[in-house]
Design a protein around this ligand. Structure first.
Ligand SMILES: [Ca+2]
Length: 204
């Protein structure tokens, strides 16, 4: 056997070993995982929180969150009806609680109650652009125009139960719109919409 052939065999064996290692890696190895989220300080008084999330709407036609933010720098938004929960897959209908079915930017803020320590898994379904921030950590961003599209699974480890600030920046350019937030949370069973009862906001 020539040295050349031995060399080729060695390379093949090494390639096979690398492939096996990759296949053996657990699926969660490349799933983003977050910890160190910051609870609200001070904690809001649950008795005075209003249901749902506060929203401010911007009438803009943009192709990205960055362009929406540029517009928000100089536009006055319009406060909208609070958003009870994020379960909107409305086709060509009105966007969230706004009166428009296209060209809507939405700055959504409030609190989410993560009442048990442990592992939370979130998923975002969006059309068009969206960014999800909880406890001052950006957990997910899909910033441009797109058809209905799911995020990967977003794993969050919570050590300190309580109310966390939540901020969702979102826009719908035209045609159909979707904004859904799912979770699998300690004490809440299988993957489902994040329920109304864990959202709240201060204000009207
Ligand atoms: Ca759309």
């Amino acid at each position: 056997m020539t040295l050349y052939l031995l060399d080729r065999i060695f390379l093949s064996v090494r390639a096979a070993a690398v492939l096996l290692l990759l296949m053996a890696a657990p699926a969660w190895a490349d799933t983003p995982s977050f910890s160190g989220l910051k609870p609200a300080v001070p904690q809001p008084d649950a008795a005075t929180l209003k249901p749902g999330l506060a929203v401010t709407y911007y009438g803009v036609e943009v192709n990205s969150l960055r362009k929406l933010e540029e517009n928000m720098d100089y536009m006055d938004g319009t406060p909208g009806t609070p958003i009870p929960m994020l379960n909107y897959q409305v086709g060509a209908g009105n966007v969230l609680t706004s009166n428009s079915n296209d060209m809507v930017g939405a700055d959504i803020k409030g609190f989410i109650h993560l009442k048990n320590p442990g592992r939370y898994m979130f998923m975002v379904h969006s059309n068009d652009g969206v960014r999800l921030t909880i406890g001052e950590k950006m957990l997910f961003e899909d910033p441009d125009v797109h058809a209905d599209r799911f995020s990967d699974e977003i794993i969050v480890e919570i050590s300190e139960p309580g109310w966390y600030p939540i901020h969702i920046l979102y826009f719908e350019k035209k045609n159909t719109s979707t904004l859904e937030l799912y979770w699998e949370a300690p004490g809440f069973g299988d993957m489902d919409y994040v329920p109304e009862e864990v959202f709240g906001h201060i204000g009207e």
